[in-house]
Design a binder for this molecule. Structure first.
Ligand SMILES: Cc1ncc(COP(=O)(O)O)c(C=O)c1O
Length: 372
């Protein structure tokens, strides 16, 4: 398989562990193993006695039960655990798509959501969203671009990097289109539960549509990226069975400590999410003040969910050059929009799921003073 570089991950590879002040991380502040184990009495002893043999390929029954409870109509048998969300994206695309198929992908996107389909030989239509429309998804665009051979529509809400959420009526419209035209919805929902207003929470597509596949992970909303535990939830048995068989060629099964700690974390999900939403809301207050004071430099649209947003340079300047000067001059790392797509050159991703954001923003302010 030949596949172009994952631009955003390569950018991180260059700076993530050398730039001292990360201001573009897509996840929330993490927890230590000790903090997780202290959430439940007896958990530390159980963890110490954990058997380190192979685990069940579909995921441990306890973990699948906890994951199923995140949805409305999903049973543990509809859930398959993967090593991160990334493995599930790779496997879904490989079992559902064939060369010559057409796929429509919510744009901009986490690169693997489009790139794997392209590497298989599919034609990808970008379902492009724009800052001027507050990143809204236009379902007329979807209707106009469906073809006979459209095999899948890939949606990511809450969205990386804009924090956009589809209104419920648009979810139903997309689900109806899938039934009418026969495409499969692949719904990346890794930021679910981080809506600032719970009324905005959209239904999971696997609950709305019997063919749809929903994607989840411990990394983002729960702040446990190091566990490398992700999953799919779907009532689509044909796709489920094919994914299970393909997994024998990727990881076979997930790590036993990862599964144990993910199960524990999900039993205490309300506590994890409450902590993460508090960090996000405190940080958003800092960012609102920062952008208010720097209106002449940046355009800022507050997102509706998640720990990331996609502001832009007000003078239409080149954000990649700006980010480069910033990281070299002050050690603060932002993610240039060009790492998503060259048409977002004036945008950059800012991440606000980490506790040290106020300190990092102070450094950004000092840098701007020197630049201006
Ligand atoms: C939208 C989206 N989907 C999937 C992933 C992959 O998640 P993981 O790295 O936990 O496998 C990411 C990671 O940044 C993401 O932002």
């Amino acid at each position: 398989m030949k596949i172009p570089h994952f631009k955003l991950e390569r950018y991180f590879a260059k700076y993530e562990f050398t730039a001292p002040y990360l201001l573009c991380c897509s996840d929330c502040e993490s927890f230590s193993v000790r903090e997780l184990l202290e959430m439940e009495s007896g958990a530390a002893d159980e963890f110490n006695d954990l058997w380190l043999g192979y685990t069940e390929s579909l995921g441990s029954p306890d973990l699948r039960k906890e994951i199923a409870s995140l949805y409305n109509g999903i049973e543990p048998d509809h859930v398959m655990v993967h090593s991160g969300a990334e493995e599930a994206i790779f496997i879904f695309m490989n079992v559902v798509l064939e060369k010559g198929d057409h796929v429509i992908v919510h744009w901009p996107c986490y690169q693997s959501l489009a790139e794997i389909a392209k590497s298989i030989g599919c034609e990808v239509t970008q379902w492009k969203t724009h800052e001027a429309d507050r990143w809204a998804m236009d379902t007329d665009f979807l209707k106009e671009n469906l073809r006979e051979n459209t095999k899948a529509v890939v949606i990511n809400c809450p969205h990386n990097p804009t924090g956009y959420i589809l209104p419920e009526e648009k979810c139903s419209e997309i689900s109806d289109l899938s039934e009418k035209h026969g495409f499969t919805i692949f719904s990346d929902e890794v930021y679910k539960f981080l809506e600032y207003d719970e009324k905005d929470r959209m239904p999971s597509f696997c609950d709305l549509n019997d063919k749809a596949v929903s994607l989840g992970v411990m990394s983002k909303s729960f702040g446990l990226a190091g566990l490398r535990i992700g999953w799919i939830a779907t009532k689509n048995k044909a796709v489920y069975d094919k994914m299970a068989a393909f997994k024998d060629y990727t990881t076979i099964c997930s790590s036993a400590p990862g599964e144990f700690l993910a199960t524990l974390g999900l039993r205490h999900k309300d506590q994890l999410i409450r902590r993460n939403k508090k960090i996000i809301s405190d940080n958003l207050n800092v960012l609102d003040r920062f952008f208010e004071r720097h209106q002449s430099v940046f355009n800022w649209h507050k997102p509706k969910a998640g720990p990331i947003a996609f502001p832009s340079l007000a003078d239409n300047g080149d954000a990649e050059a700006f980010c480069d000067r910033l990281v070299k001059g002050s050690g603060v790392l932002l993610m240039p929009g060009a790492m998503y797509d060259s048409s977002y050159q004036k945008n950059f991703r800012i991440g606000f799921g980490r506790k040290n954001l106020p300190e990092v923003v102070d450094r950004l302010v000092l840098f701007l003073k020197k630049e201006m």
